[in-house]
Design a protein around this ligand. Structure first.
Ligand SMILES: CC(=O)N[C@@H](CCC[C@H](N)C(=O)O)C(=O)O
Length: 381
């Protein structure tokens, strides 16, 4: 078992080399180098050429009754880190602002422990590329990476949580995270001189109207006791102040705790787009992409067992948590393979995805301890 200082050293190294979805080559190389130093007696390492930055490690159990999967996502975000720590991101404009460096370190801590202490059941560690976009989990599943000798019976994975106290495990029965669908909108107007608006069709004005009307979906179309989100986080239009923009492009995300809710919000976005297009005599194209970002549905039996363990373990602080509107492509994997996703509290001053996200590193050893205990207990039953 690694010491807390050794785990923190690993995390700081990973924090310095954040990489965007499907480009995690340095991260992959570092993970592989750590794995290569482990006693190989009961380990099998797999680097799938179809998904080159993914890494799978199988730990053969001594008397396996099942194969347990543990997933850690490895990609980072296009966020410019603001903290001035000694292990600041070395990749300008890219940051582990969602804490995947913590996720990987907890997974390595567990892997190193079980490489030195043979587990009873088989364990498969899946270091997954592309959680923030590009659906790396779905890609892995659809490529057949979990078939044959790599079949997984039950899957576990964590996400860090900036609001929970450091090291606290949070979980719930049922839906933990929302499903999400990306939405892209292109508004085609007609450009022209700023001084002659009557001869143009201003895409910025149309976009403003569209965005305003979209706010009525959550405010007026959704049952207030249900949950839905539509956020357009990116809007681009125009080139200079005195030219009317002929085109505007909006990129957003739709979220719901059920697939029906996601489909309903998509339908309203399309209807509003059609209405705005008619009002302004413009063309509006709308496309959606859900990929693997299904609602994260925890398996009832496995999750009840997980929660019971965490509640009774003397060295674990556990909190039952409400559903969150964050998305995760672990939702796709849990749609195919039963399992449990849970939170690990990191008590950060900055929120997830914020440039000042600074997870408390004390969470790492607590996460390893909680999951080492849980997995050992699970294998005994
Ligand atoms: C945990 C987390 O923050 N996940 C991301 C996943 C986003 C998926 C997709 N690209 C989308 O934006 O819909 C999140 O933003 O919740």
């Amino acid at each position: 078992m690694l010491t807390e200082a050794e785990l923190i050293q690993i995390r700081r190294h990973l924090h310095q080399i954040p990489e965007l979805a499907l480009h995690e080559t340095a991260t992959h190389a570092y993970l592989k180098a750590v794995v290569d130093q482990l006693p190989a007696t009961w380990l099998t390492v797999r680097e799938p050429s179809e998904l080159p930055t993914a890494l799978l490690v199988k730990v053969a159990g001594s008397q396996p009754q099942r194969t347990i999967g543990y997933r850690a996502d490895i990609d980072a975000l296009p966020v410019d880190e603001t903290a001035s720590c000694s292990f600041h991101s070395m990749h300008p404009g890219v940051m582990h602002a969602c804490g995947h460096d913590i996720h990987m370190t907890v997974a390595l801590g567990l892997l190193i422990y079980f490489a030195e202490n043979q587990p009873q059941d088989n364990l498969i560690f899946f270091f997954q590329p592309a959680e923030e976009s590009e659906s790396g989990g779905k890609q892995a599943y659809d490529l057949g990476l979990f078939t044959g000798a790599w079949h997984i019976d039950e899957f576990y994975g964590l996400h860090d949580n900036s609001d929970l106290p450091t090291g606290t495990i949070g979980c719930r029965l049922g839906t933990l995270f929302a499903g999400t669908s990306e939405v892209n909108v292109t508004i085609h107007g007609t450009s022209g001189h700023a001084a002659f608006p009557h001869r143009a069709n201003d895409a910025v004005v149309i976009a403003a109207s569209f965005i305003t009307q979209i706010q009525t979906i959550v405010a007026r179309n959704i049952d207030p006791t249900a949950c839905g989100v539509v956020t357009f986080g990116k809007m681009t239009a125009g080139s200079i102040r005195n030219v009317i923009a002929g085109e505007a492009r909006l990129e957003g995300t739709i979220r719901g705790l059920t697939q029906d809710m996601i489909l309903f919000i998509r339908q309203r976005v399309s209807e509003i787009a059609a209405g705005v297009a008619q009002t302004y005599n413009a063309q509006i194209d709308v496309t959606f992409n859900q990929g693997g970002y299904y609602p994260v549905e925890n398996d009832p039996q496995l999750t009840a067992n997980f929660i019971q363990y965490m509640q009774r373990a003397a060295d674990v602080d556990f909190q039952e948590t409400p559903p969150a509107m964050t998305g995760e492509d672990f939702g796709y994997l849990l749609n195919q393979i039963p399992g449990t996703m849970f939170w690990l509290g990191v008590d950060s001053p900055g929120a997830l995805h914020a440039a000042n996200f600074q997870p408390h590193e004390g969470a790492i050893i607590k996460g390893v301890t909680a999951m080492r205990g849980f997995l050992t207990d699970r294998m005994a039953h």
